[in-house]
Design a protein around this ligand. Structure first.
Ligand code: FAD
Length: 417
């Protein structure tokens, strides 16, 4: 008997799940609401700048083993570029000071004790409170367990955790901060080399995954939005796509791998995080020369400035405060920061701004507590997605792990039949 697994959503979680199942020979069908796979991790052609751009520059760190493993599995390792060393150039726009944080190689690297490698204006003793972050403090904010001020916080902890959690770290979950720190900074410089996708997110993360799925005979149906689960007798009996209903056989399974918001609408009674944080990305068309691939910015509107072959891209996390402003105002403000960071004096070039209002769930203790597990009360329904209880903030790493976990649950279920 054919046991088909239907995966709802072709974001990172759905694709990771589908690839794992298809590779095991399980008949797999992916249903994606939009006309494109990738979800919040995608590229598109932008008519204004004439460039193919990403909805937002995504960074992986070398400690993101599931995400890098996924890229290896789909044959896309060459489509991300890892920095040879965990060296992060920074500039403080309030003071004009510049430094390079050099986390070195190997485990337990002593960068904090070396003034040439730690953040300018910090002392080794300033980093001691970071150790506090490594003790579990369930359900607390970072601000409740450690001092969130001082140069080491402002120049090291805040920039990294703001990017990883997409929330002002003070109000962020100390559990999620700890998970990130344990898997990266506390694991040593070898886990902290940044990876970027210079050819774009879709080229690296999405198109190779779709090629694997095609090669394995899996189907991917675009513009195929699930409207409703048809439930009965403790299981999913059908999938209602509005214009058609797919009836499920007794051994078929469903993985709902959509965003928190969409999952809450599809799965009856499901508790999901209901607060979100925005991310703004700006892309400026020009050919930067001699500019580091990635520069951290302190005391600016811009937070990270990325230099690609045909553009400069800028990321701003937890960007809700800017959403009231006009697109032109935001672009001007960011471009002024770019000029100061890079020394480029040119007038504002062709630009595009991508405002993702629901970029991630709000990584507070309260929202973190609302994340559901993968298993559900319906025997053949499993959840995946960055909002599920992965123990990590909403990241590609969390999404891929959730997809793999969902696939493993489905495989266990199939092996019991
Ligand atoms: C601007 C931005 C920058 C980011 N930067 C980073 C970064 O630097 N590093 C990092 O690791 N992470 C980053 N993230 C987070 C990362 O993109 C997400 O955690 C990850 O992509 C989530 O994947 P997902 O599969 O869980 O969800 P999604 O990407 O939301 O995928 C869900 C999919 O389901 C589809 N769908 C929804 N409803 C239905 C339905 N009813 N029927 C069928 N399909 C449906 C959607 O269209 C979508 O394709 C960033 C996110 C954003 C927005």
């Amino acid at each position: 008997m054919t046991r088909t697994v239907h995966i709802i959503g072709a974001g990172m979680a759905g694709l990771a799940c589908a690839v794992r199942l298809a590779r095991r020979g399980v008949p797999t069908v992916v249903h994606e609401a939009t006309d494109q796979a990738g979800g919040r991790c995608r590229s598109y052609h932008d008519a204004v700048t004439g460039m193919r751009i990403d909805n937002g520059t995504h960074i992986l760190l070398s400690g993101n083993t599931a995400a890098l493993g996924f890229l290896a599995d789909i044959g896309a390792s060459d489509l991300v570029t890892g920095a040879p060393a965990p060296r992060y150039p920074f500039v403080d726009l309030a003071t004009g000071e510049r430094w390079t944080l050099d986390l070195g190689s190997g485990r337990l690297s002593p960068w904090m004790f070396d003034p040439r490698r730690r953040a300018l204006g910090t002392r080794a003793v300033d980093y001691l409170p970071l150790i506090r972050m490594l003790w579990p403090s369930p359900g607390r904010t970072l601000g409740e367990i450690m001092s969130c001020s001082g140069p080491a916080y402002e120049r090291v902890v805040r920039p990294f955790l703001l990017a990883a959690l997409n929330i002002d770290p003070k109000e962020g979950s100390s559990d999620l901060a700890r998970a990130v720190v344990v898997e990266t900074i506390a694991a040593g410089g070898q886990a902290c080399r940044p990876y970027l996708a210079p050819e774009g997110l879709s080229a690296a993360f999405v198109e190779p995954a779709l090629a694997v799925l095609r090669g394995q005979g899996a189907a991917v149906m675009f513009s195929h939005q699930l409207r409703k689960l048809v439930l009965g007798d403790g299981r999913v009996r059908g999938l209602d796509f509005g214009d058609s209903i797919v009836a499920l056989g007794p051994d078929d399974a469903v993985v709902v791998a959509v965003s928190a918001h969409a999952a809450g609408a599809i799965v009856p009674g499901l508790q999901v995080p209901g607060e979100y944080r925005a991310i703004i990305n700006a892309h400026f068309r020009l050919s930067p020369e001699g500019i580091a691939p990635m520069i951290g910015v302190v005391n600016g509107v811009a937070e990270w400035v990325f230099s690609f072959g045909d553009r400069i891209s800028v990321t701003i996390s937890d960007a809700g405060r800017l959403l009231e402003l006009s697109r032109d105002q935001i672009a001007q403000m960011i471009w002024q920061d770019v000029q100061r960071v890079t020394g480029i004096s040119a007038a504002l070039p062709a630009w595009q701004l991508v405002r993702e209002r629901r970029a991630t769930f709000a990584a507070t203790p309260a929202q973190n507590a609302r994340r559901p597990g993968a298993a559900t009360e319906w025997t053949n329904l499993v959840l995946a997605g960055d909002f599920t209880a992965t123990g990590l903030p909403a990241t590609i790493e969390g999404a891929v792990r959730s997809g793999y976990r969902a696939a493993d649950l489905v495989l266990q279920g199939l092996s019991r039949h």
